[in-house]
Design a protein around this ligand. Structure first.
Ligand code: NDP
Ligand code: AKG
Length: 418
């Protein structure tokens, strides 16, 4: 395995690759490769035993030309300043590719949540919310869930913010529980856009989804919902993994049963319907019709890309392929449908949640799913049109050509007051 790519440098390379096909000034492009502002803070929090522990936390506000900064908050021991910068940049181009009125931001805390009690995690989260308060707001920056955060953390942040501001402002954060002003369909939204992107991709490429073999890396929110919804389309989920390992059955696993097993035991490993266990690399290089990386960045680098046997990759995770992997896969005619389209369902339904919060008027799940489908299908069509019209090397470059142009247009129209 070669040295891990720096995700922030990967983002900048992706922008440069697309810029070759755009008539944009180098000065403007340079501006679009760096965050506008980063909060770095140290949270000193009392532990259950009375000791004080300090956690480093970040919020990067990358670009707000198209609307308020928007993006999740990650809890993970490998969170770093550069990772948060990259994730916030990917949000800018994600919100632009689906054409919703947001910029991009992202946050993270360097913490392994498995090591802490719920009460400790609540104090850490409320402490972060207190630090975030001057920087976030319904029209400024709207956080949401990411890896190892969900409705519980979003509810704590909303509650802290509202108490400090002496107001009710549910739209300050999305991904909340329904009872706290969340939206129907938000929990499933990331996996749903991954499924919709895969469906459109197979249709575009003339491939049959019914009976297609699928491997999914990561069985959290994005991975398991993708697996379930792809199975509902008739696909055959033959391998899945989590941080403990991977399982395989060439005749198919049952996505919902695997989830039940993980809920009971903590891992997909040990599921009775699996024929064999695999390593992470074996899962990523299985001979399948569709591979869905749904864990973390840098899952596939240039070396591993040479061994990938999937025909199509649809990225549920952010940044799972390094730029070297992209080059190898493009040369090998493996079709990659990029993260900034495929996982955009999460932020799109966050947008619907924010709209509902502002109107104090709530939609049915059916309406949410229909509006999401319209947006993803339309974004897919924009991307394939750009791919064909500009004779682009791959669909990632197409996604950046479309989204960079939208951000540049918004900046140009604003008059550029410094
Ligand atoms: N949640 C959302 O709305 C959105 C998420 N995303 C992206 O999707 C990806 C996954 O996020 P999400 O599903 O929310 O996070 P979760 O925390 O719900 O799940 C992450 C999953 O990845 C697994 N994992 C971690 N490391 C590895 C590894 N080395 N090999 C295999 N599996 C691994 C975890 O294993 P274990 O269960 O053992 O911990 C877990 O199953 C991230 O890139 C995130 O940024 C993108 C858009 C929106
Ligand atoms: O729902 C959101 O606002 C953002 C989700 C997110 O962090 C992502 O798309 O990577």
């Amino acid at each position: 395995m070669s040295e891990q790519a720096n995700p922030f440098e990967s983002l900048q390379e992706q922008i440069d690759d697309a810029a070759e096909y755009l008539d944009a000034s180098p000065d403007v492009l340079e501006r679009l490769k760096h965050p506008q502002r980063i909060l770095e803070t140290n949270l000193s929090v009392e532990m259950d035993d009375g000791s004080i522990e300090t956690f480093k936390a970040f919020r990067s506000q990358f670009n707000g030309d198209r609307g308020p900064y928007k993006g999740g908050i990650r809890y993970h021991p490998n969170v770093s300043r550069d990772e948060v910068k990259a994730l916030s940049g990917w949000m800018v181009y994600k919100t632009a590719v689906v054409d919703i009125p947001y910029g991009g931001g992202k946050g993270g805390i360097i913490i392994d949540p498995d090591e802490y009690s719920e009460a400790e995690l609540e104090r850490v989260t409320r402490s972060f919310a207190k630090e975030l308060r001057p920087f976030i707001g319904v029209d400024q920056d709207i956080p949401a869930p990411d890896v190892n955060t969900g409705q519980r953390e979003m509810n704590w942040i909303k509650d802290t913010y509202e108490k400090l501001e002496n107001t009710t402002e549910p739209g300050v954060i999305t991904g909340k529980a329904l009872e706290s002003g969340g939206s129907e369909g938000r929990v499933e939204a990331t996996g749903r856009s991954t499924m919709l992107t895969a469906r459109e991709a197979f249709d575009y490429l003339g491939k049959e989804m019914d009976g297609a073999t699928v491997a999914v890396q990561g069985y959290g929110n994005a991975g398991w919902i993708s697996a379930k919804l792809l199975e509902d389309l008739g696909a055959n989920i033959v391998a899945v993994s989590d941080s403990s390992g991977a399982i395989h059955n060439p005749d198919g696993l049952h996505a919902r049963d695997v989830k039940d097993h993980k809920n009971e035991t903590g891992s997909v490993v040990g599921y009775a319907g699996a024929e064999t266990e695999l390593s992470n690399e074996e899962l990523l290089t299985l001979d399948v019709d569709l591979l869905v990386p749904a864990a973390l960045e840098n899952a596939i680098d240039g070396d591993l890309a040479r061994d990938v046997q999937a025909d199509v990759i649809v990225e549920a995770a952010n940044g799972p392929l390094t730029p070297d992997a992209d080059d190898v896969l493009t040369e090998r005619d493996v079709y990659v449908f990029p993260d900034i389209l495929a996982n955009a369902g999460g932020v799109t339904v966050s947008y619907f949640e924010w709209v509902q919060n502002r109107q104090r008027f709530y939609w049915s799940e059916e309406r949410v799913n229909e509006e999401l489908e319209d947006i993803i299908v339309s974004a897919f069509d924009d991307l394939t049109s750009a791919y064909e019209e500009n004779d682009l090397p791959n669909f990632r470059t197409a996604a950046y050509v479309v989204s960079l142009q939208r951000v540049i247009d918004a900046y140009s129209e604003s008059g550029n007051w410094p």
